[in-house]
Design a protein around this ligand. Structure first.
Ligand code: HEM
Length: 401
């Protein structure tokens, strides 16, 4: 590449990196700045009132993988936040054998083969329609596309009845997300009540699949194993909460990175490796910005002594930063690999499902871009949300389209 081309590319990746920071700050205006300053000096540092901040990838992986010293349950953990809403047996607030058993029971519903089938059934028709619109020159808001696809896909996996309104599902996810901030250690009684009412949309729609007890839906699989309807409703809600907001955040941010790097200009689609784009896009965006643990036993991390019950704030987004911004051609350093999906026993159960959806949507955008070139017509960061995201990112025809 010529030095001019390299300079141009560097300037563009800067734009992408700046947009990422802007999204984080729009979502968490005060905390993001404070955290930026704190971890710029030391990647593992104690912040009074918040907990031990961990932005170093090796230390982050250790916290997530070392279940002897770091737990998902108990005061200050994310499990504690969700238990009053979801019940106490929903994967993300479980540890130990019971947790491993429930994961095993559901694992093959999330295997790459099964999720490819689900995506063909639920996502491909929506994505094909969106592609037609883009090809015909209409603008396409990829925020809306991701919302439609993620709701349709999760509905099939969980086993929600076909007449469930996808928009109502995504609204429920937004409502619940809006109740939690970085400082939230427990939801108050009114919030618990509101969250439960919002989730009832999902849970009611899942009841029929529990009754039918077929092995190809989460609800059916749970029923066949004798898991009660109440516990099944809880798992349905948990999968929905974990699986919708993250994908909705990721897709438009990945497309934003592609556009900012000049990769949506007209050109041969075959030169772009979609898997590499999605992996690097997920590293760059790391939608689960932060996850929490409680120190279960005193230990040392990165030279710092931790007390029992201390709160540990694993800063996944900060831990996955690399020099040079978005670069699908790079080899991800081993210590970062898949860290955006967590690590250890709570590693994202839905990762294959997320990847399949993101791959299908990104491939469509890249194909249309190769044919006619695409540009960002409008974009807007969402303000004060838990999972940083665009409120809108609309694509339109590029100069040559
Ligand atoms: C780009 C999209 C996604 C990202 C970045 C993501 C990220 C993560 C991360 C970081 C964790 C671990 C949290 C921790 O250890 O505290 C996690 C757990 C989990 N994710 Fe995902 N996720 C995504 C999509 C999905 C989807 C589509 C589903 C499907 C339902 C899903 C279901 C889950 C579940 C059930 C857990 C809890 C697993 C356990 O505790 O054993 N995720 N995810």
């Amino acid at each position: 590449m010529s030095s001019l081309a390299l300079t141009r590319r560097a300037a563009r990746t800067d734009v992408g990196a700046r947009w990422e920071s802007r999204l984080i700050r729009a979502a968490h205006p005060v905390v993001a700045r404070v955290v930026d300053v704190a971890v710029a000096r030391r990647p593992v540092v104690r912040m009074p009132g918040v907990g031990l901040l961990v932005a170093d990838p090796v230390a982050a992986r250790r916290v997530l993988s070392d279940t002897e010293h770091f737990a998902k349950q108990g005061p200050g953990s994310s499990g504690a936040l969700w238990t009053p809403v979801l019940g106490d047996r929903v994967l993300l607030n479980m540890d130990g054998d019971e947790h491993a058993r429930l994961r095993r029971l559901l694992a093959d519903l999330f295997s790459p083969r099964v999720v490819d089938e689900v995506c063909r059934e639920a996502a491909d028709p929506i994505i094909a329609r969106a592609g037609e619109r883009l090809r015909s020159g209409e603008a396409l808001d990829v925020v809306q596309l991701a919302r439609d696809v993620s709701a349709a896909v999760i509905a099939v996996v969980v086993g929600l009845s076909a007449d469930t309104d996808p928009a109502a599902l995504v609204r429920a996810s937004d409502d619940i997300e809006s109740m939690v901030t970085w400082r939230t250690r427990a939801l108050d009684a009114d919030d618990v009540d509101r969250a439960r009412r919002a989730l009832a949309v999902v849970q009611d729609a899942a009841e029929a699949a529990h009754r039918e007890a077929r092995g190809d839906t989460v609800m059916g699989r749970l029923a066949l194993q004798g898991v009660s309807l109440d516990d099944g409703r809880s798992v349905a809600a948990a999968l929905f909460l974990t699986g919708v907001g993250t994908v909705n955040s990721a897709l438009p941010r990945i497309i934003g990175q592609l556009a900012d790097s000049g990769l949506l200009e007209r050109g041969p689609a075959t030169s772009t490796d979609v898997d590499a784009v999605v992996a690097e896009g997920l590293r760059m965006t790391t939608p689960s910005l932060v996850t929490l643990r409680r120190c279960a036993r005193p230990t040392e991390l990165h030279g710092i002594r931790l007390r029992q019950d201390e709160r540990v704030v694993v800063l996944l987004w900060w831990a996955t930063r690399l020099e040079g911004g978005f670069d699908p051609g790079r080899r991800t350093p081993a210590e970062l690999r898949h860290l955006w999906f967590g690590a250890g026993s709570h590693f994202c159960l839905g990762a294959p499902l997320a990847l399949a959806q993101l791959r299908a949507m990104t491939a469509m955008v890249l194909e249309v871009a190769a044919e006619r070139g695409l540009v960002i017509a409008r974009r807007r960061a969402a303000r004060r949300v838990l999972v940083p995201r665009y409120a809108e990112l609309s694509l339109g025809a590029g100069a040559g389209g």
